[in-house]
Design a binder for this molecule. Structure first.
Ligand SMILES: *[C@@H]1O[C@H](CO)[C@@H](O)[C@H](O)[C@H]1NC(C)=O
Ligand SMILES: *[C@@H]1O[C@H](CO)[C@@H](O)[C@H](O)[C@H]1NC(C)=O
Ligand SMILES: *[C@@H]1O[C@H](CO)[C@@H](O)[C@H](O)[C@H]1NC(C)=O
Ligand SMILES: *[C@@H]1O[C@H](CO)[C@@H](O)[C@H](O)[C@H]1NC(C)=O
Ligand SMILES: *[C@@H]1O[C@H](CO)[C@@H](O)[C@H](O)[C@H]1NC(C)=O
Ligand SMILES: *[C@@H]1O[C@H](CO)[C@@H](O)[C@H](O)[C@H]1NC(C)=O
Ligand SMILES: *[C@@H]1O[C@H](CO)[C@@H](O)[C@H](O)[C@H]1NC(C)=O
Ligand SMILES: *[C@@H]1O[C@H](CO)[C@@H](O)[C@H](O)[C@H]1NC(C)=O
Ligand SMILES: *[C@@H]1O[C@H](CO)[C@@H](O)[C@H](O)[C@H]1NC(C)=O
Length: 714
């Protein structure tokens, strides 16, 4: 068995060998009539690759040469499709009126190797009324069969062009079909009379394989014999052909028998049975069965040109190249020349461009708004010598910890945008807001009313010095903000209000919250703060606005001097106009009217007024019993001279203190209130005298306690 197969294989190979070397002889006819005959087909021995491809070229009745294969006329041959079109007789089944029987003309169609009926390009068609047409073939072990039923009652049922079962039906062709016999079955056969049967209008039925593309059903194919008359009773049918019986892969193993010749060829396995075909590679054309038969296609000569108009086309082996003018780039996807740069711009702006531009413009507007705001703030900052202060701060390590430049945003946040509910006090020289910083520190933020540039400059300078001063009786300056038009000051928040409020706040109440001891201590503390600033710093700092409003008190009545030097309520100009000092009139150093200058002794004078306030619990400018405005200072000094001072002293003090202490404090006030500055004591001396007094008072108190204790048990 194996040896038989082997022998068979050898025989096949030998056969292949004999054909493979063959190339057509020179002088072989390439045409027969109008039909081109390409190799491997040929007319006569030595012109075809194989017996199967040998054609007869005979003159037909009409006088034209026609190629014949298997006794059938060949209409065309396609190498690239591996197909030939042959004309095939159409089996018919006709009613013979003279005999009253059905005459059938069955044409067998047997193909031989290498041909098969194309299963793709042919259909099995049945034309007629009440007819079953079918083919049935046992091909060795396999059976090939197909068929369909065509029915119709009257000519009116027929639809021209529609082959879907009425007058005409069609079905697919099985793969690898190499021959067929047609069978007809007449549904009406049992009861054929002229009146009842379709043959009355349907003389013939037909069935067979036809080229799908060439066949269009016409309703008169049923009612006349036109279908048989076309092509003289024949119809084109498509035949697939192959080279050899092997696959491409197997065929390539023996190059001498391999039919695909030269370069630029491809081998194609048949989809309709065994065997292969050859084709030229993409970009090449010609005959793949001839050596060097596939030649390059010059795509550039195609009309229209494959390249864009502006580009030049260059033919390449198996292809072409489009070269766009300089600066532009060929895109084979759009088959256009695109300007490299403009392309990018257009691409960007057209695609996400609209979105992009929209968002950009929104961003720009926002940025512009923000930058304008920022610029304004920066301008204020520069105007407010922020840079100077920054420099000061950064040069002093310790200062950076104690004071800080706040941003306007930060303070706006801390004060709820300077909400009116946050106002702690409205003064002649500004508004004070309560604020809570991000670190939960409670602060007082003072918005000054300064607008004059010189004022601001001086303010900033003093601020720089103040920021470096730490005294337990000076309100701590946390920092400032210079981004607003007028500088903002950020102080520690002192909870219990001002000395003025505590002394004069509730005038009707007989007793102030402040005891005699408290008052002396407060005076002493305030004085020490003033003295410290008069002497401690390299350049003395004068408060310039000492008054009970500026002495703040903590929960336990510790004094904190506020607005130190920073708030310059008195505008010192050349004309010495003091209209702006209404609020602090009662404290103003009388020498100022002559010298137009505030000195450290001016602070001492103002402090004298505060002592007088503490003693009398009267405001610097007060209304007397007759409703007249009185200057406390003037009043107090006159009383001292008249020795009637005790009459205006606060009754609470008369109760709590003794005459000697009161007289001593009164004498200190008198010294501070001297008309001539030089006659007044310095702040340091004031502190000294107050501390001495405090010492004596506490000794006295202790002594009194002892006396009480001794007296107690008695
Ligand atoms: C290849 O084909 C040639 C010619 O047809 C033949 O002589 C040779 O034996 C074959 N070789 C093989 C390996 O099949
Ligand atoms: C070709 O023609 C010759 C003579 O006319 C005939 O004997 C032969 O069978 C024909 N071959 C084919 C394939 O039709
Ligand atoms: C052979 O090549 C041609 C042109 O490249 C193509 O149109 C055709 O489909 C190919 N045939 C097969 C069977 O691949
Ligand atoms: C045959 O046709 C006649 C009328 O022409 C009808 O009476 C009869 O039933 C038919 N027979 C069959 C089997 O259809
Ligand atoms: C059917 O249509 C074809 C062309 O579409 C035409 O040639 C033919 O005459 C038509 N037949 C009838 C019966 O109208
Ligand atoms: C079909 O046409 C051919 C050629 O004209 C003719 O010989 C044949 O008899 C016709 N068949 C029928 C059924 O008309
Ligand atoms: C291919 O096989 C068929 C039958 O199977 C045979 O008739 C034919 O000669 C073979 N062709 C070649 C080239 O081997
Ligand atoms: C198109 O241009 C880009 C850069 O400009 C380049 O990398 C690319 O190779 C060019 N493509 C063609 C087909 O010329
Ligand atoms: C364009 O060219 C590239 C490389 O030359 C190729 O990979 C791609 O398939 C081509 N695209 C089209 C649509 O021709």
């Amino acid at each position: 068995m194996a040896s038989v197969l082997l022998l068979g294989a050898v025989a096949v190979m030998l056969h292949l060998a004999s054909i493979s070397a063959a190339q057509p002889d020179h002088g072989c006819k390439t045409h027969c009539g109008n039909v081109e005959i390409p190799y491997p087909f040929g007319i006569g021995i030595g012109c075809a690759m194989d017996q199967g491809f040998e054609l007869n070229c005979s003159r037909s009745v009409d006088g034209n040469d026609k190629p014949f294969l298997l006794r059938r006329e060949i209409v065309s041959i396609s190498l690239s499709r591996g197909q030939s079109r042959a004309l095939s007789r159409i089996p018919s089944y006709c009613y013979n009126p003279s005999t009253g029987t059905m005459d059938s003309k069955i044409w067998e169609f047997e193909l031989s190797w290498p041909y098969r009926f194309s299963n793709v390009d042919n259909n099995f068609v049945t034309i007629g009324c009440n007819t079953i047409g079918y083919i049935y073939k046992t091909n060795g072990m396999t059976r090939d069969a197909t068929g369909c039923v065509s029915v119709c009652g009257s000519p009116a049922d027929l639809t021209n062009g529609s082959c879907v079962g009425v007058g005409c039906c069609q079905n697919v062709v099985p793969k690898g079909l190499m021959g067929y016999n047609v069978y007809f079955y007449d549904v009406d056969y049992v009861n054929k009379t002229r009146e009842t049967n379709s043959w009355y209008f349907n003389p013939c039925s037909y069935a067979g394989l036809v080229e799908t593309e060439a066949f269009i059903f016409s309703s008169d194919y049923v009612t006349t014999t036109r279908f048989n008359d076309t092509y003289n009773g024949r119809q084109p049918v498509v035949l697939d052909w192959v080279i050899g019986n092997a696959t491409c892969e197997a065929a390539r193993t023996n190059m001498s028998s391999y039919a695909c010749r030269g370069g630029n060829t491809v081998c194609v396995d048949s989809s309709n049975g065994p065997g292969y075909r050859c084709n030229c590679s993409i970009g090449y054309q010609g005959n793949p069965y001839l050596s060097g038969g596939c030649t390059d296609v010059n795509e550039c000569q195609r009309s229209p040109s494959p390249c864009p108009e502006s580009a030049s086309c260059e033919n390449t082996a198996g292809g072409y190249q489009c070269s766009c003018p300089f600066g532009s780039n060929f895109s084979n996807e759009t088959n256009t020349c695109t300007n490299r740069f403009i392309g990018v711009v257009i691409g960007l702006s057209s695609g996400i461009g609209v979105l992009f531009l929209a968002s950009i413009s929104v961003l720009l507007v926002q940025k512009w708004k923000r930058s304008t705001k920022k610029r304004v703030r920066k301008a204020h900052f520069r105007k407010n010598n922020g840079l100077l202060l920054e420099q000061l701060n950064s040069s002093d390590e310790s200062a950076t910890h104690s004071s800080k430049i706040f941003s306007l945003d930060e303070l706006e946040k801390a004060t709820d945008n300077f909400d009116s509910t946050r106002i702690l006090g409205l003064g002649a020289h500004g508004t004070v807001y309560k604020g809570i910083l991000s670190d939960q520190r409670v602060v007082a933020i003072k918005k000054s009313k300064m607008v004059d540039q010189i004022e601001i400059d001086q303010f900033v300078n003093e601020l720089a010095i103040l920021s470096q001063i730490h005294h337990r009786n000076v309100v701590k300056l946390y920092g400032c903000c210079l981004e607003s038009e007028v500088p903002l000051l950020v102080y520690e928040f002192i909870s219990s209000g001002t000395l003025s409020e505590l002394l004069h706040g509730d005038q009707l109440s007989a007793r102030s919250l402040l005891t005699w001891h408290d008052r002396i201590r407060i005076a002493s503390e305030a004085a020490s703060a003033l003295a410290y600033l008069h002497s401690a710093a390299a350049t003395p700092i004068f408060h310039r606005d000492v008054k009970s409003d500026n002495i703040l008190l903590t929960d336990n009545f510790t004094a904190k001097v506020a607005d130190f030097g920073a708030s310059r309520s008195i505008s010192i100009d050349e004309t010495c106009v003091v209209t702006a000092v209404q609020g602090t009139f009662g404290y103003l150093d009388p020498e100022y009217y002559h010298t137009c200058q505030l000195t450290e002794k001016s602070d001492v004078y103002s402090f004298g007024v505060i002592i007088a306030e503490l003693l009398t619990r009267k405001q610097p400018i007060f209304l007397n019993s007759r409703g007249e405005k009185q200057n406390l200072c003037y009043h107090f000094v006159r009383r001292l001279q008249d020795n009637t001072m005790m009459e205006i002293v606060d009754v609470q003090i008369l109760e709590e203190g003794n005459d000697r202490q009161i007289s001593e404090v009164a004498a200190l006030a008198r010294a501070c209130l001297k008309h001539k500055g030089e006659e007044r004591p310095t702040m340091k001396e004031v502190v000294h005298r107050l501390q001495l007094l405090r010492g004596k008072m506490s000794m006295k108190k202790n002594h009194e306690l002892e006396v009480d204790n001794e007296a107690g048990p008695l």
